[in-house]
Design a protein around this ligand. Structure first.
Ligand code: ADP
Ligand code: MG
Length: 822
């Protein structure tokens, strides 16, 4: 009740900031309360079938309560005077083809007779349905062709580690037993793809574009998403002979985009991924001597400057998705602009999906702008009548609503991250399951950065006839990836944005409203193949008054320590006068210098020290790099790289299946024996796995994700190589946990916190109240002093990956930063 009142209050005052806060809370609340009865929910959504239900007393009571809440919210929804035509969530259009009555009678049946639900066996139905789908898609697309391309996808999209290993074997195997028929099929696929290439909007401008590249050194290219910039331009350049003089680089802000686009282009060119066409992302290099076209994250190109300051091996650099203005892209701008002056043979293409290209042109000394007229159909934009209290819920209802009321066409929903996508995936499956053949099939396809690569290909597969695909995506689908067949876009209006407070040095990843530019990009995704519709889960008032015009470039809202270290090691000392397109706040620059000084990466004159030079070799956050460099002193570099790679994998080491949570938790606690702290626990996991000779079975038994472990192993191999490069011997000191913890402290002494009386912690520098994350092995132990890897804000500000700290270590390790009081 309180929750609802607060939300209503926020709604009434049209206080969007508050509303978002409470929506977020409501969402979290919901995630905690997983037992919400789906059918009751459904009935709440569709009040009108309420009347003839027989309920038990308890049920009725609960029901009334829920209805009351529902009415309360509804009242506010209806009370709002915004005249937009889009109504939520009660606006089911009865005129459409789907038989509503039938649909709800099934729901009712299940509600009245819960036993019947089991009798109907939703799983059996689901299985049958899946069979049916597979059968259908085989029939429709011709089993051979279909199989061929999906096999190819599986092969090209394989996970990093698996890929590198299996590709060779599978590849040769494929060739060995490929008969004539197979070769024909391959040719056919290639021919088909070649024909497809010619239908892209950019094709008509191929020659003109090549002429422009010949004439000018720098060109700004602007074109609608999906016009073919990313996949075609590098191929055109290759065909025109640019790759004879050096590689063509094409940068992407996102890993998934770099991998997926490279896979697509290798397919179009009929070559194996990693040969002529390859990609390079952090910790994963899928290129070879042969590689001519290299897709890479912008961060990777930035790192290549370290080894090759003039990018001599490249003939063309295409900075793609420039409008995203990621930190690395912004730094790249300055660096490529600089080298273009003394390398007149190097061609620079800056490509962007938005039309405000003048800024790029101005920055690159009035470079010409090449516009590729897009193919864009009209998009109808719908707003909600009143702000939605819970955008997750609103998104689900909207998807179902589109599904049952709108003509065929796929749906794209923009969400903020993996967690949200998984939640919605689950709820949507739950809600449509059992309805079986009563409604058209709904294929749910998630896409986010950490999605196993073999699953990523699913979003590109054509939707079988009679079914509808719903793609649940992060911002990646805004411009980086083009998904064909989308006719409806659901836009809750949020994304995760990194923000940084230079005063406290705190960085946080928070869910924030998107900008108008983003909103329009999102809407545009629905109008690529025909007229589309965009459902915004906010009001037109919100759009007009609350959204910023453009997203603030990352450089102005992030910790710059990493970039400053890179620039310093490139010999760029005068950061204040570096040619930034939009300079970062000087406070943030100062803070970065300060932090690097504290880590002894810079001396008091701001020059790079030996430690700093070594740190810059690692593609890691400076604090982690410092931990590795410091491990030399404590003779535990073996342990340090294991810990660093486990931390770099993210929070996907342990898993907790719903039905075995207790087992999983016990297995996890085994690694924490002796309250060693989370860092050492991660080390224990890695070492135990290594002892079993990297056994998959062992992972299963211990509720550890194999995929994550393989990735950690791969990262570790690379870090080991880098240790050698900075001349640090690999030495193990496994029995001396304090030594290992001191090495960690050497990197993370900024992140220390002290226990308070109430069980919370107070960070030592820039005091702030924080808590130990419930997933930590020390969550019940509460050491007096702690050091943490990162802060995450969910319901509270939590420290994640925590280890106990002895306070005198701080004075020993960072005397310039910490002093004893007495
Ligand atoms: P732009 O960079 O201008 O946004 P792209 O070159 O990325 O355009 O995409 C052009 C077309 O190529 C898209 O419309 C899409 O149909 C196709 N395409 C791109 N990537 C893939 C992929 N991984 N799988 C299938 N099709 C793809
Ligand atoms: Mg693109």
């Amino acid at each position: 009740h309180e929750e609802i009142t607060r939300r209503s209050q926020a709604m009434e005052n049209n206080d969007t900031a508050d509303l978002r806060k409470y929506s977020r809370q409501a969402y979290l609340q919901k995630r905690r309360d997983k037992k919400i009865d789906e059918i009751k929910d459904e009935i709440l959504d569709h009040e009108y079938i309420f009347q003839d239900v027989k309920l038990t007393e308890a049920e009725e009571k609960e029901f009334r309560y829920k209805k009351k809440i529902y009415d309360l919210v509804k009242e506010h929804v209806e009370g709002a005077d915004d005249a937009a035509e889009y109504k939520m969530p009660e606006a089911y259009d009865m005129g459409e083809s789907i038989n509503q009555e039938k649909r709800f009678s099934v729901a009712m049946q299940r509600y009245k007779d819960p036993e019947a639900k089991d009798k109907m066996n939703p799983f059996a139905e689901q299985e049958a349905w899946e069979e049916h789908q597979i059968g259908k898609s085989k029939l429709q697309f011709g089993s051979k062709d279909r199989k061929r391309s999906s096999d190819d996808y599986q092969y090209v999209f394989e996970d990093g580690i698996d890929f590198v290993k299996s590709s060779v074997i599978e590849g040769t195997k494929l060739e060995e037993d490929s008969d004539q028929e197979d070769a024909d099929e391959k040719d056919m696929l290639k021919r088909e793809l070649q024909d497809e290439r010619k239908t892209l909007p950019i094709y008509k401008f191929r020659d003109e574009l090549l002429k422009a590249v010949e004439e000018f050194q720098v060109i700004v290219i602007v074109g609608e998403t999906g016009s073919g910039k990313t996949t075609q331009i590098p191929q055109y350049l290759h065909e025109a002979g640019y790759t004879a003089k050096g590689k063509v680089a094409c940068t992407q802000p996102r890993r998934v985009a770099a991998m997926s686009v490279a896979a697509r282009v290798s397919q179009e060119m009929g070559v194996k991924l990693g040969h002529e066409v390859g990609y390079s992302i952090r910790f994963e290099d899928c290129t070879s001597e042969k590689t001519l076209i290299k897709y890479m994250t912008d961060g990777m190109l930035l790192r290549e400057f370290l080894g090759e300051p003039d990018l001599a091996s490249y003939s063309v650099v295409m900075v793609d998705e420039a409008h995203e203005r990621t930190l690395s892209t912004d730094i790249l701008f300055g660096l490529v602009k600089d080298i273009s002056r003394f390398r007149p043979d190097l061609k620079l293409l800056i490509s962007s999906a938005t039309l405000d290209a003048e800024k790029f042109s101005d920055y690159f000394d009035s470079a010409p702008i090449f516009k590729i007229p897009g193919r864009r159909y009209p998009v109808e934009v719908h707003y909600t009548k009143a702000p939605e209290a819970d955008y997750i819920d609103a998104a689900i209802v909207t998807v179902l609503q589109i599904h049952v009321t709108q003509s065929p066409g796929d749906i794209l929903v923009f969400l903020t991250g993996q967690e949200e996508i998984e939640t919605i995936d689950e709820i949507l499956k739950h809600r449509t399951r059992g309805l079986g053949t009563k409604i058209a099939e709904l294929l749910i396809c998630p896409i986010y950065a950490n999605l196993p690569t073999e699953l990523q290909a699913k979003i590109f597969e054509p939707t079988p006839e009679g079914a509808r695909k719903v793609v649940l995506a992060t911002n990646i689908a805004e411009t980086s990836l083009t998904i064909d067949g989308i006719k409806y876009v659901v836009d809750p209006g949020f994304c995760k944005i990194k923000s940084y407070n230079p005063r406290t040095g705190m960085e946080s990843l928070l869910i924030n409203p998107i900008s108008k530019a983003s909103a329009n990009q999102r809407a545009g995704r629905s109008g690529r193949t025909g007229p589309g519709k965009c459902f915004r889960l906010y009001t037109s008032y919100n759009y007009m008054h609350d959204l910023e015009d453009n997203t603030v470039p990352e450089i102005q809202r992030t910790n710059l320590a990493n970039v400053v270290l890179t620039l310093k090691s490139l010999g760029i000392h005068d950061l204040v006068n570096f040619d930034f397109m939009d300079p970062p706040p000087s406070e943030a620059l100062l803070k970065a210098l300060e932090q690097l000084f504290a880590l002894s990466a810079l001396n008091s004159r701001g020059e790079l020290t030996k430690t700093g030079r070594r740190m810059a070799e690692f593609p890691l956050d400076p604090m982690l790099s410092k931990m590795l460099v410091a491990s030399e002193k404590y003779k535990c570099s073996d342990e340090a790289i294991s810990i660093a790679s486990m931390l770099s994998v993210g929070n996907s080491i342990f898993y907790r299946p719903k039905d075995k949570q207790v087992h999983a938790d016990n297995a996890r606690l085994n690694f924490h024996t002796g309250n060693v702290g989370d860092h050492i626990a991660l080390l224990n996991v890695y070492n135990s796995w290594r002892e079993t000779d990297y056994s998959t079975q062992w992972c299963y038994e211990n509720y550890i994700q194999v995929r994550s472990m393989k990735r950690a192993r791969d990262i570790r191999d690379q870090l080991e190589g880098l240790l050698e490069r900075v001349e640090i011997e690999v030495s193990s000191n496994a029995s001396d946990l304090d030594a290992i913890k001191k090495a960690i402290t050497s990197g993370f002494f900024h992140h220390s916190a002290r226990l308070q009386k109430n069980g919370s912690y107070r960070t030592v520098k820039n005091p702030q109240t924080v808590f130990i994350h419930p997933s930590s092995g020390l969550a019940q132990v509460l050491p007096r002093w702690a050091i943490y890897h990162e802060l995450v804000l969910t319901t509270k500000e939590y420290m994640r990956q925590v280890t106990e700290l002895k306070p005198d270590w701080l004075v020993e390790i960072a005397p310039h930063y910490y002093q004893l009081k007495d």
